[in-house]
Design a protein around this ligand. Structure first.
Ligand SMILES: [Zn+2]
Length: 250
């Protein structure tokens, strides 16, 4: 049996057997990695907190025949505030599932890992989890090569948008009024929403809270980014239902 250590963050946990927990860990070197923590659900297990969702640490892992197993964890951060606050838990779970769904096993990316950690840290402290999460979504799409085209029409390339602008998930960006004619499936986007999207792309996480966006613009950009990412996902994420349930405004 070979033993190796990875620095990682837990994106997903699954209970198996009587007391075991299978973790999907994202690491900069290996990308997604599945490993079982034996007995992790027993109350006195040394793995109780170190193999929970969002746990960040150094994981010592034995290679196994079918599934690798965690032998030791040196926990660095457990993000308790994300577990104590239902809204933050919903946002963090969504981002963890999004990362799991859009990255591959064996294909790690230091920039994605670093951004995940910064997101979890900023989310723990923030009073504005919605905008922080939109920032992660658009920056993440950009890192994976799906930066939404916002500066010019994705069909004709013109930079002088008329009074109205539209967004097309298929084209991966904005569409001018002329190109939108005859395409009834496009959603209209306000200039204010485009400006906020640009700001989210340009601004570092620690300063995202300074960006001003009213509730209408927030709804627009959330819808636009989810449609943009949704076009590249194969399925609707389970965590979206939980997120929508806890953030629903009456
Ligand atoms: Zn056009």
């Amino acid at each position: 049996m070979a033993l190796y250590t990875i620095e990682g963050i837990v994106l997903k946990t699954q209970n198996i057997g009587e007391a075991d927990r299978v973790c999907t860990i994202y690491s900069p070197g290996k990308g997604k990695q599945r490993a079982v923590a034996r007995g992790a659900r027993r109350p006195r297990s040394r793995f109780v907190s170190s193999t929970q969702m969002f746990a960040h640490g150094d994981f010592q892992i034995f290679t196994g025949r079918s599934l690798d197993s965690i032998s030791q964890v040196e926990l660095k951060e457990s993000f308790p505030r994300l577990h104590d606050d239902l809204v933050k838990l919903a946002y963090a779970s969504y981002i963890a599932e999004l990362t799991d769904e859009m990255t591959e096993e064996g294909d790690g990316d230091q920039a994605v890992f670093d951004m995940l950690l910064v997101y979890m840290r900023v989310l723990s402290e923030t009073l504005d989890p919605q905008l922080i999460t939109c920032a992660f979504e658009i920056k993440f799409a950009t890192m994976l090569g799906y930066r939404p085209r916002l500066e010019s029409c994705s069909e004709c390339g013109c930079e002088t948008f008329g009074r109205e602008v539209f967004f097309s998930p298929e084209a991966g960006g904005l569409i001018c009024n002329e190109c939108s004619l005859g395409n009834s499936g496009l959603s209209r986007v306000s200039r204010g929403a485009v400006r906020v999207l640009e700001a989210l792309l340009m601004t570092e996480f620690a300063k995202i809270e300074r960006i001003k966006a009213n509730p209408g613009i927030r709804r627009e950009i959330e819808k636009l980014i989810r449609a943009h990412l949704g076009f590249r996902l194969n399925r609707r994420l389970r965590s979206i239902d939980f997120l929508e349930a806890v953030t629903k405004t009456p």
